[in-house]
Write a protein that binds this ligand. Structure first.
Ligand code: NAG
Ligand code: NAG
Ligand code: NAG
Length: 287
């Protein structure tokens, strides 16, 4: 049994046991750097709704998205008749005023999950990942059409906490059959100064920048010292001793000061997370 299978089996145990289940963030084995600025990859609710018996008849899973807030902790996704809400991203201001439906999909039955052995075949990797994962926020097509009525799954806001819920909808009745709990809050990534500014591939170290900035500012301090010396020699005409001591004091104070002020600002620029990569690394599956 490969480590990946062990991981999936664990995931299934976590999802398959108990009744009060929550959507989970996709494993790093599948999706690196998740969440990104605008997407969240979740594990599909495999073996959740059909853990005890196979589902009969036509059904779909709906995924609802909600911005986390105190008043929305257990918002309902169905109306009085148990019909699932059809509110869209636009109607709910991106999940701020209520849950919106972001995705609808069929599930592979628990007993019939696609074999990961076939993932070595690169042409099948995305199909197989698709069976295991759903990515919220990965399709902004609908935003370009103001009259778009269908399912809309546009990019999420950065640095925002979202909750997610899966709902099992019986397509022959059109009603909610079952549902998970709301997930714990999941925060999208924050745009850091590093992501915005630094494009040099060989990320500079903080120390290197401090040295560069000190070297860059040395001529300035030498000039300052020189001007200071001239001023002092004009003010204090008494003897050459005083002149040299004042000169060296100014240069010695100036350099440590530049160390203290330039270091924090430059290192914070460099301390961002690695560049956002939304891709799922299929190659990681091959072991
Ligand atoms: C959907 O509803 C029908 C009629 O009530 C029922 O027979 C069927 O088992 C339901 N399907 C699921 C997946 O629960
Ligand atoms: C939210 O939860 C509280 C207590 O847990 C419950 O009384 C209330 O009915 C719930 N609201 C909804 C909309 O489910
Ligand atoms: C994106 O959404 C549009 C409309 O909702 C749909 O037609 C299109 O197939 C979707 N694209 C992808 C890559 O899922």
């Amino acid at each position: 049994m490969s480590p990946l299978w062990a991981l999936l089996a664990l995931g299934c145990l976590r999802l398959c046991s108990g009744v009060n289940l929550q959507p989970q963030l996709a494993s790093v084995t599948f999706a690196t750097n998740n969440p990104t600025l605008s997407t969240v990859a979740l594990e599909k609710p495999l073996c959740m709704f059909d853990s005890t018996a196979a589902l009969s008849g036509p059904y779909e899973i709906y995924l609802y998205v909600l911005v986390d807030s105190a008043s929305s902790r257990n918002a309902s996704v169905q109306d009085n008749t148990k019909a699932p809400l059809s509110s869209t991203f636009r109607q709910t201001e991106g999940g701020r005023t209520g849950p919106y439906k972001a995705s609808a999909f069929d599930l592979t039955p628990c007993s019939d999950l696609p074999s990961l052995d076939a993932v070595g075949d690169v042409s099948r990797a995305s199909e197989i990942l698709n069976a295991y994962l759903v990515r919220v926020g990965d399709n902004g097509t609908c935003l370009s059409d103001p009259n778009f009525q269908g399912l809309c799954n546009p990019p999420l806001s950065a640095a925002t906490e979202y909750r997610f819920k899966y709902v099992l909808v019986n397509m022959s009745t059109g009603l909610v059959q079952d549902q998970t709990l709301w997930s714990d809050p999941i925060r999208t990534n924050r745009l850091t100064p590093y992501l915005a500014i630094d494009t040099w591939p060989g990320r500079r170290s903080g120390g290197m920048i401090v040295i560069t900035s000190i070297l860059g500012s040395l001529p300035f301090f030498l000039l300052l010292g020189f001007v200071g010396a001239i001023v002092l020699s004009l003010v204090d005409m008494g003897g050459s001793d005083g002149e040299t001591t004042h000169d060296s004091q100014i240069t010695q104070e100036a350099v440590p000061k530049s160390l203290g002020t330039s270091e924090p600002s430059y290192t914070s620029v460099n301390r961002g997370p690695a560049l956002d990569r939304a891709e799922v690394f299929a190659s990681k599956l091959q072991d």
